[in-house]
Design a protein around this ligand. Structure first.
Ligand SMILES: Cc1cc2nc3c(=O)[nH]c(=O)nc-3n(C[C@H](O)[C@H](O)[C@H](O)COP(=O)(O)O)c2cc1C
Length: 421
């Protein structure tokens, strides 16, 4: 097991003894805004070319409490802290100047950071020839999350970026565009090219376009540092773990998922996706569960498709026995609803769901790709639940070792999620 993963496990005693101090005076900001001198393209929701970008982390709702209003997005985020930022290189796409852009959800705009000269591009960093179309780059500003979750925040940065990749996937499925995720990029060199300080680092990239035969030159881009948190406290464990986990062992799988969903309903599911806060405890039905499983198990095209085991604790599904279900078989029978709630740090969501999922992985050599893949699967769970008319919530907090013991697994527990009515 990766040392970092072991060091950041929750246990019954750790959550009761560790300090949970939150420095409210220095709460980080959730939006990175480039100076006004950079040119912007305002994104209009109803323009189909713009909608493609808008659905990748765009704002879809607001939540108000006395004195504060939060913007909610197409992607969920642990603690609604939104560490993930999105950049995109566009080449040869009608209506857009060739360039490297920042996708700014706050402004609903593409911010032009650098106009591309003919032979320039970031593809070298992805070990690719020039791409006509889009190259997306996904980073995390980790203090937005470590401000609250301390060392465990690196996991959430990876989950959240996986969810953001999930929004890219959904937007591509809707626009009928092929995509592939590239984890094995020279991320540290890209961090330098983009002028990031220690607090922001790239975690993945994705190509939506066609690879051509010529090789690009590194862009002569001189971006100065732009603060994306307002306040920052370095976390040595997170920075060291990032550096240690950048190298990957390639496991390519480039088959696209084939999805037979009604396009308009799927679009609504993307717009309306939210985290459920409370279940009514009404059951799901077996057909719904099987449709969920088919959707989340569809292939994910990437250069590092590491295996993830999906354990489903069936709590309330009409037509199915209660128990622990893995890859089409029951590995334990019985009513484990209370146990599932307890394992999710006593959160009612884990107990009152139709199904509570635990995602498990073994591939410590590909930790970045593995946890992001768990986030992508999590995103698919959200979208298919929204599509079928019930709810979903990510659950990042669980008693790691007790979950592994219950599942009789030696793997790393990567993520929990609950679905139901
Ligand atoms: C990685 C991750 C972990 C999460 N963990 C929890 C959790 O433990 N409990 C919970 O109630 N919600 C959890 N959530 C849901 C977030 O609170 C929610 O996404 C956020 O408040 C934004 O709301 P929205 O998803 O409705 O847009 C999690 C979400 C993510 C992506």
């Amino acid at each position: 097991m990766l040392t970092y993963h072991a060091q950041t496990m929750h246990s019954y005693s750790s959550v009761r003894t560790k300090s949970h101090f939150m420095d409210w005076e220095h709460q980080p900001t959730q939006f990175k805004i480039y100076p006004e001198t950079f040119k912007r393209i305002a994104l209009t929701k109803h323009n189909p070319d713009h909608q493609f970008f808008y659905l990748i982390g765009g704002l879809t709702a607001q939540k108000s409490y006395p004195g504060v209003t939060y913007a909610l997005r197409t992607n969920p985020s642990a603690g609604a802290l939104y560490p993930t930022e999105v950049y995109v290189q566009i080449r040869g796409v009608k209506g857009f100047e060739d360039g490297i852009y920042h996708l700014s959800p706050y402004e609903s705009a593409l911010v032009l950071l650098h106009s591309l000269a003919k032979e320039e591009g970031v593809e070298n960093f992805l070990h690719m020839k020039c791409v006509e179309g889009f190259v997306f780059l996904f980073s995390a500003i980790y203090y937005r999350s470590s401000w609250k979750y301390h060392d465990r925040a690196y996991r959430y940065c990876l989950h959240d970026t996986g969810h953001m990749l999930g929004t890219l996937e959904a937007s591509c499925l809707l626009a009928k565009k092929a995509y592939r995720i590239v984890y094995d990029a020279d991320k540290q060199a890209l961090n330098t090219l983009f002028g990031f300080g220690n607090e922001e680092f790239f975690l993945s990239t994705a190509v939506v376009g066609e690879e051509k035969s010529f090789i690009c030159q590194t862009p002569l881009m001189q971006l100065s540092y732009v603060d994306g948190t307002g306040t920052f406290e370095a976390n040595a464990l997170i920075e060291q773990t990032y550096a240690k986990t950048c190298a990957l062992h390639s496991k390519p799988q480039f088959t696209m998922p084939t999805v037979a969903l009604d396009q308009e309903r799927f679009k609504q599911a993307i717009w309306k996706r939210r985290s459920i806060r409370e279940f009514t405890q009404k059951a799901l039905c077996k057909e719904e569960f099987l449709e969920v499983m088919a959707f989340i198990n569809a292939p994910i095209p990437s250069d590092c498709d590491t295996d993830i085991e999906i354990y489903a604790i069936i709590n309330r599904v009409e037509g199915m026995w209660k128990g622990v279900y893995k890859e089409g078989d029951y590995v334990q029978s019985g009513d484990f609803a209370r146990k599932a709630g307890y394992l999710c740090l006593e959160q009612a969501l884990g107990e009152e769901s139709g199904v509570t999922f635990f995602l498990v992985g073994h591939d410590e050599q590909n930790y970045q790709a593995m946890v992001q893949k768990a986030g992508i699967i999590g995103h698919r769970l959200y979208l298919i639940s929204s599509y079928l008319g019930f709810g979903c919530s990510g659950i990042g907090a669980y008693y790691d070792e007790e979950v592994a013991e219950f599942l009789k697994s030696k793997g790393m527990i990567l993520y929990a999620l609950a679905i139901g009515r």
